[in-house]
Write a protein that binds this ligand. Structure first.
Ligand code: XMP
Length: 517
């Protein structure tokens, strides 16, 4: 196994992700815990020193134990990790502001050019140079004995350094981030040099996560807000496998769900997977409070507040619950990846249950904290969740309320549910569901005139939305064919009483958002 010593970088988890992609098992441990005894016991096959916000020029800054260098295993130092390695092994590091010594503070994109061959760089520099992401205040001013330079950038003469004999590699930039497009190759070469065969899988992750949950929770009870979305579903399935009946899920039905959604979710978890699920039927409460409300933010606030009240009410019925499980993912943890930021991460609580743990005196269990969305899906498959669940489009916590601009009425919700079901059915029939990040219908707060048969109609207009996206942060509209759009409009108007006009929303994000509110 591989050990990542975390010196507090905001992107340490990305290193772990790169390694998981290579099917290499790794563990991240904060530098404070990595002692000589820890290292001896862990017996890593290779070590990575992460980046970090501190400066090695500061007295008392974080260090690995000296024995790390004596294990005879390959080490890769990144940014702060490079500087630590250089200083520990007899080189010199200067603060960024100091001129001379050949380097300055540097943040952002840079291009590295090669200087001599190194197996670590196989597959690099095919175009003569390589784009990398720099983020450092300090820089190496003098190499440690045994080290040579293998790549330079205009501001970083020691961008890539190595002692090839000892297999110690130290780079100034961050190969783990997206903006170092070929960074994965560097990790691949590193783990190959360390002799990893790359046979570790998500199945192993599952075992490990289960052991960790059991250790954290012991024999205590856990409650979980189940939404039917991928994250909370996978978290619930994993917890159930780990602690069985100690888990109770609360599914809050706010009356703003899609056609048959509540029944399907409850049936799957309760009947198929044998989870204990409380179906909180609170439609009246939510729709009552939303009555007459048309301002989008007011809608969201009402739903958020009621959700907490309701969840709390049902959770209080579960005697002795000490933990609250959440499907927080890694991108939620690094709310904003600020390369120059401090050592602590900001946690963005799930909008639905934010604030709950403190209010209820519950401790958090977040078994997906280290994973990215696609990894959560893979874990879900391992856990036996049906493919139809795992591949589901995202659905917002406030549900159909934000797809019903203007006042929400039961009639409009009913029409919206039917139209949405026809639209999604069309998308599935045409085999487009998995190409689309998210698709839904919004019912517009206007009625328009139409003619059907010999009669006049005066019914609602709706808008179809379908977008492609990677993370929901930016999005583009999906380029349906005109045939598809025409056929879908016809079906919706024929099959859904109350709608007589269909439009297609072709706004990208930005400037639009994905949802209408
Ligand atoms: P927007 O509309 O901001 O949406 O472009 C981006 C993504 O986030 C989802 N979304 C939400 N998800 N609670 C959620 O859990 C919310 O309050 C919420 N608002 C938007 C939206 O469906 C899209 O996938």
């Amino acid at each position: 196994r591989l050990l990542i010593i975390d010196f507090g970088s905001q992107v340490t988890q990305l290193i772990a992700r790169r390694l998981r992609e290579l099917n290499v098992y790794c563990e991240i441990h904060p530098y404070q815990n990595v002692t000589d005894a820890f290292l001896a016991e862990f017996a890593p096959k290779a070590i990575i020193f992460s980046g970090g916000p501190d400066s090695v020029t500061r007295e008392g800054s974080p260090r690995p134990p000296q024995s790390a260098y004596e294990l005879g295993v390959p080490i890769l130092g990144i940014c702060y990790g490079q500087q630590v390695m250089m200083q520990d092994l007899g080189g010199e590091v200067h603060g960024g502001k100091i001129s001379g010594g050949g380097g300055t503070a540097e943040f952002g994109r840079a291009f590295v050019t090669p200087q001599g061959a190194l197996p670590l760089l196989d597959g690099w520099f095919m175009g003569g140079k390589e784009q990398v992401w720099m983020s450092h205040g300090d820089h190496v001013a003098e190499l440690a004995p045994g080290f040579k330079v293998y790549g330079t950038s205009p501001n970083a003469p020691f961008a890539i350094t190595a002692d090839a004999n000892r297999k110690f590699y130290a780079v100034q930039f961050h190969p783990e981030v997206h903006h170092t497009p070929n960074g994965g190759k560097l990790y691949e070469n590193f783990v190959r040099a360390a002799g990893f065969s790359g046979d570790w899988t998500m199945d192993a992750y599952r075992e490990q996560a289960i052991a960790a949950i059991r250790e954290q929770v012991g024999d205590k009870k856990v409650i979980c807000a189940l939404s039917g979305g991928v994250d909370s579903s996978v978290a619930a399935a994993l917890l159930h496998e780990a602690i069985g009946d100690q888990l109770t899920c609360v599914f809050v039905d706010h009356g703003l769900l899609r056609l048959n959604e509540a029944e399907e979710v409850v049936a799957m978890f309760r009947d198929n997977m044998n989870l204990s699920v409380i179906h909180a039927q609170e439609q009246e409460l939510f729709l009552g409070e939303l009555d007459g409300v048309s301002d989008p933010e007011t809608k969201r606030k009402i739903i958020g507040r009621l959700f907490i009240d309701v969840f709390q009410k049902y959770a209080n019925q579960i005697a002795g619950a000490e933990f609250l499980a959440q499907g927080t993912l890694y991108p939620d943890v690094i709310e904003s990846v600020s390369f120059s930021g401090g050592p602590s991460v900001t946690i963005k609580s799930h909008h639905n249950v934010g604030g709950l743990p403190e209010k209820m005196g519950l401790k958090l269990v977040e078994p997906l904290r280290e994973l990215f969305k696609d990894e959560v899906r893979e874990l879900g498959r391992e856990l036996g969740l049906p493919a139809s669940f795992i591949g589901r489009h995202p659905f917002p916590g406030p549900g159909l309320a934000i797809r019903c601009p203007g006042e929400i009425t039961r009639d409009k919700l009913e029409i919206l549910r039917k139209a949405d079901a026809v639209y999604i059915d069309q998308i599935r029939r045409h085999g487009l569901y998995d190409d689309i990040w998210q698709a839904f219908v919004a019912i517009l707060p206007v009625r328009t005139v139409g003619v059907m048969g010999d009669g006049r109609t005066y019914d609602f207009a709706c808008a179809l939305r379908a977008v492609t996206s990677v993370d929901g942060m930016t999005a583009d509209y999906y380029p349906f064919s005109h045939d598809f759009l025409g056929e879908t409009a016809t079906r919706i108007i024929n099959e859904v009483p109350g709608i007589n006009r269909v439009t297609y929303d072709i706004t990208s994000k930005p400037p639009g958002t994905i949802e209408w509110e």
